[in-house]
Structure formats: C-alpha cells, structure tokens
Design a protein around this ligand. Structure first.
Ligand code: ATP
Ligand code: MG
Length: 486
C-alpha cells in the first residue's frame, strides 16, 4: 500500500504496518483504487460489507471484482474520472453472499505517494439502521390501520399516538401563561407552528396539546426526530419510498401519508440536512409529496409542527436552518421559557410532581423542605422541567421514613454542580463612554446577588453555612433569596 502518515518535517509517524492495523480496525469500510481502477487497499470492514475476501479484490480491476458495476454506477470510477468528491451517497446492493446491504459512501480523489491519482471510498454500513426504519414504518402503518373512528379526546386514552393535552401542561407564571394562550389560539387554526426552547421545556407537550385541542385530534399525531437519521433514510421515512426507487425498491408510505388529516411533529428541525429542508419547504407550499424513487405526486393534508432547541438567529448563522423554511414554519412562533426564567412555577411544578409520585410510590410525602425549596430557586435547571421531574422522582427512590424531600435526597451531580459553580462576570462594566450609568441600587443589588450565589455555591447549597460565610443571620439570607427570586 503506497500511503503513509508523516510529521511536519516529513518523517514517518506510523509504520505502514501500524497504519494498516489502524485502518483494518475501523468500523468504516475503506477501499482505495489506483488510477486504473485497480484495488490497492481494502480493509477488513469493507470485506465484511461486500462479503468478499480481500484476495478476491486486491490487485484486481474494479470491474473484475464487481462484474455488475459499470463506469456510471461505480462511484470510485466516477470520482477517478471526474476528479470530484461524491458525498453521502446511499447505495443498496446484494453482496456476493446474497445479503442485502445498504451503505452510505463518501468517495474522494486521492494523490497517492507515487504521485499518481487514485480514489478512496469510505463506507458506513447502515443495513441494520435501515431495517429498523422499515420496521418502524411497518409498525406505524399498522397503527394507522387499527385506528378506530370517533375517538375519545380524554388524555391517556387518546388513541391517536399522544399522551398529553393542555391540562397536563403545568405553569402559572405570566410569561408561561402567555405562551399557553398563544398555543391555544394556534390550536384553532391549521397553520404551521415552530416551537423553540431548551431541552425539557415542554416542546413535545405543547405539540401534543395543540394537536389534541385541534380539529385534527381524531387523526394521528406522528413525531419524528430529524437528528436521529441520515438524510436519505429520513427522506424515505418522511415521504415514503416507491418500488424501483434506489433505496430498496419497496412500496412504502411515509409519515406524511400516515399522518394524513393529522399532525406531524418534526423534532430538531435544525438537524435536518439543508437539501431535505428545501424538499420539505416544497411539500409545505404545495401540500403534495412524492415518494422517493416515485413519479406520482400525492396530495396530503398534514399540519406541521417543528421544534428547535436553539434560537433561529443562531441556527441561520450556523447554517442549520434555511430562512425560507423558517418563515414558512413559523406562522405561529412559540418560545418556551427556560425554568430558571419562571422560578415562580418551580413550587407549582414541585407540588404537581410530588402528588404524581405519591400515587406512583404509594406514599404521602408533604413536599420538599424549606432549604431544598431555596436551593431549587437558585439552581439553573439546564434540563428544565424534565430535570426537575427526575430530581423529584429520584428523591422518592431515596426516601425512607421522612415526610418531605430535603437536601439529602438531591442527586450528587446537582450537589457537585452547586459546589463547583463558577460565577462569571465581575459586576457591571462601565467602560463604554456612551453607556448609561446604572443606579446605585442596581449595582448593589447585583453585587449582593453574586455574593449570595457564591456563598451558596461554596456551601453546596447549605443556607446556614452560606449565611455564616456572609456573616448574616440565616433568616436574613432567606429573606434576601426570596427577594432576588421574585
Ligand atoms: N409545563 C410542564 N408541565 C408538566 N410537565 C412538564 C412540563 N414541561 C415539561 N414537562 C415534563 O418534562 C418532560 C419533557 O418535556 P418535553 O418532552 O415536552 O420536552 P422537550 O422540550 O420536547 O425536550 P427535548 O428538546 O429534550 O426533546 C415531559 O415528559 C413532562 O413530563
Ligand atoms: Mg422533545
């Protein structure tokens, strides 16, 4: 094999033997051909994928080893001829052992150590993933077929693939109530909805709530995470596949067809490949889909709700979201606030989850003690409501005879986070001459808050210890914490 790894001064870092060992240990198939299309490297994985022994391929021309390939269908030969890379091409073929294999390939031109041009192909075997997708499609099709008509609209027996409605969405802070009102209004229309919020803020809850409060509630709600699958599989899953199509030659309806007259939730839309975003935009504009590999266009009547866990501006900047798709999706735009910005809801959510787990654990816990309530107000909750719920549930698992959850039942990772919390920023900066001066009260409030946070962080959330560090009484610290969390 004529490739080598060299350091900056041109010296070899790895022996050829080491390099071969590494390439043979990879979970990706590596196939390299020289300028005549003769195989000069063929690793272990690609030999497994193709079902061929290396001896059957090494040193042979590609058409000798793979008689069914042509100049047009061999990606390695195409790259050799054009000098252009081919990215993420999905290929489904029957290998020499008769097994159907699906791979995603990247083929790139290569300058070999001899100075000649060659081509390298890296293949990822996604056969199992594709089988999973097929099973998912089958399961979902069966679900559609078994839907009775005239369904009840009570949650938990909604029978439309959902488990939440608006009454399951807890929160009373003004900021949150406003979002609920907007979402309720959105339920009355058929417009697309874009839900933006950090993880665990309730995006799925809102999406299901909107579906169940809409006239589509007797039809299916179908959710698909756009980050979970490579582009081609996601496209097949969403729009379906047609017999003879390159993905596997099966006639299969996609989620858009299955969700006809219902709602489709496209989770993490910012993870969807941009080319697929363009296809989705066309579907939204025309209300018609075309199965992958198919010719016919089919009319669909589906409401689309999409979610994103980053602000749209950031998604544009990072080239993760097409602006035209954003405007099409955000006819109704709902931003779910993080829990740390609606601390007034923490105690309401705590009561709700304590009641829920009292039932599940057959306990009669009264709630959480004062110290824990104060820690809850100061913690950042990066996992938002989901994290709060899990903290309460894990607390129930640790309870013995206690009547309330306390600091002792707080998960270790939160205790550690509280201890290690590094405070950033040193007060209000007054460096810009045009900057308006803050009032003395604003500055003092900010400094006081930082000192309290530092003391609590250093004492691992223990109020008495923090009060001692600040040389004030425990009551005084409690009062100040309440004042700052208002
Ligand atoms: N307002 C709320 N009231 C009651 N429970 C909530 C609320 N918000 C979230 N939850 C709980 O938190 C869990 C996570 O919510 P959800 O799945 O809707 O979050 P998400 O925003 O979709 O998060 P991700 O971005 O991680 O998918 C829910 O299953 C639910 O139990
Ligand atoms: Mg979600």
């Amino acid at each position: 094999m004529a490739i080598a790894a060299k350091d900056k001064s041109g010296g070899r870092i790895l022996s050829e033997q080491n390099l071969c060992y590494i390439l043979n240990s990879l979970d990706e198939g590596i196939h390299i051909v020289d300028r005549d299309g003769k195989t000069i490297f063929y690793n272990q994985k690609v030999s497994e994928i193709d079902g061929l022994d290396p001896e059957e391929v090494l040193g042979r021309n590609i058409f000798e080893a793979y008689p069914s390939l042509t100049l047009e269908t061999s990606t390695l030969m195409c790259t050799l001829k054009s000098g252009q890379s081919i990215y993420n091409k999905q290929q489904t073929f029957i290998n020499s052992r008769g097994k159907k294999i699906t791979t995603i390939n990247r083929t790139i031109p290569l300058k070999l150590a001899s100075g000649e041009i060659g081509a390298l192909e890296i293949s990822r075997d996604i056969t199992q993933l594709e089988e999973l997708v097929d099973n998912l499609q089958l399961l979902r099709s069966n679900l559609v077929k078994t839907q009775p008509s005239g369904l009840a609209s009570k949650s938990s027996c909604l029978n439309n693939n959902t488990s939440y409605s608006f009454k399951d969405i807890i929160g009373e802070s003004p900021l949150f109530k406003e979002v609920i009102q907007d979402a309720l209004r959105a339920a009355g229309s058929d417009s697309s909805v874009l839900l933006v919020g950090e993880t665990g803020t309730g995006k799925e809850l809102f999406a299901q709530g909107i579906h169940n409060a809409s006239k589509r509630r007797d039809h299916l709600f179908v959710a698909q995470n756009c980050a979970a699958l490579p582009k081609d599989l996601l496209e097949g899953l969403l729009f379906g596949t047609a017999k003879g199509g390159f993905t596997g030659a099966k006639d299969c309806p996609g989620l858009f067809e299955q969700a006809d007259r219902g709602t489709i939730l496209l989770d993490e839309i910012n993870s969807m490949n941009l080319a697929l975003q363009a296809k989705l935009l066309r579907v939204l504009q025309e209300n018609r889909i075309r199965r992958v590999g198919g010719q016919k266009e089919l009319a669909v009547d589906v409401r689309v709700i999409a979610t994103m866990n980053m602000p749209p501006d950031q998604a544009f900047k990072e080239n993760k979201l097409r602006e035209d798709l954003f405007y099409r999706l955000s006819v109704v735009y709902l931003e779910l606030p993080p829990l740390r910005e609606r601390t007034a809801d923490i105690s309401i959510l705590v009561d709700y989850f304590v009641q829920l787990y009292n039932k599940k654990f057959s306990r009669e816990i009264k709630g959480i003690d004062r110290e824990l309530a104060e820690v809850f107000l100061l913690y950042d909750w990066p996992g938002n409501v989901r994290e709060l719920q899990h903290v309460i549930e894990s607390g129930f698992n640790l309870l013995q005879q206690e009547e309330a959850l306390s600091y002792a039942q707080l998960p270790l990772y939160i205790k550690e986070r509280l201890k290690n919390k590094q405070l950033t920023g040193d007060g209000i900066e007054l460096t810009r001459p045009d900057q308006e001066l803050p009032t003395l009260e604003q500055v003092l409030t900010e400094i006081e808050l930082k000192l309290i946070k530092t003391a609590l962080a250093r004492s691992g959330g223990n109020i008495s210890a923090a009060a001692r560090l600040l040389n004030i009484s425990r009551q005084s610290l409690q009062y100040k914490i309440k004042k700052h969390s208002r």
